[in-house]
Design a protein around this ligand. Sequence first.
Ligand code: DGY
Length: 329
Amino acid sequence: MRGKLLTQPKVFIPRPLQPQVVERVAFRCELTMHPHDEPLTAPQLAEACREAEGVVACGMRVTQELLEHAPHLRVVANVGVGYDNIDVAACTRRRIMVTNTPGVLTEATADLAFGLLMAVARRLVECDRYVREGHWQSSRWELLWGSDLHGKTLGIFGLGRIGQAVARRARGFSMRILHHSLDRLTQAQEQELGAQFVDPETLLREADFLSLHVPLTPQTHHLIGSRELAMMKPTAFLINAARGKVVDEAALVEALRSKQIAGAGLDVFENEPQVHPGLLALPNVVLAPHVGSATSETRLAMAMLAADNLLAALDGKRPPNLVNPEALE
Ligand code: DGY
């Protein structure tokens, strides 16, 4: 372990992280940590970041306005692979490094996406409710029939790390896998995954399950809207464990209500933590509160990686997961 620094950089963490992480940061930095697991208001965050050289961005937005109140900031270490909560361009202009935590949450997020797929296909939430509410009084032939997975087509939008991990799971369930991604894998990699590249329209038309694994960017905002939903099969399900704004939620509600598609499994929403009331009213939708990476092992790995990134940057080194190398130019 490296020694304590003589002058310790000031670091702010906006919610209580695991003790191992806190210990790691506090050994080398002058740490202030908000002791409650609830979001701070923008003025509270601005005050807390006033002296900070580093921030561990866990469930917090880093806006241009916040940066104006944080003149000493050198690094924003995001706890998460997606960093749409951070105004990266504004950070870069101020030569503030931004880092994220790729890799460590791939498998957990793929598990959750596949769990949503299975839950919606086999109507597990409805089954649970049926039993708990005492409706299971006699055996019925046509009780809660769902959809097979084997032999069905999984369409993956975005075959990055998490999309690939979902494809590996789908192979184990004997599914046919199609994908569309901006960054193509090599032919050998696609063959190993058993994933065939197709254009977006073919993906939408042929998928029995469409799973989204793209980051939120201006190009992917409302990637799935009424036009795309209209191309999907009436028996198809939409799975979203990426970002809520990738889907036009109002259009999705309409497509579900009118049975244009069969159902949806959603971990993310357009205006979290608000959920469109239309979704809450539909039985053929399984909802989760953005918990893709929420396992104790994965959340620890994420926070530790964020701490590593933070400490490297404060040490004057290039952090392992720098998302804006231009900040160093
Ligand atoms: C991520 O890492 O982007 C997850 O969605 C957690 O926020």
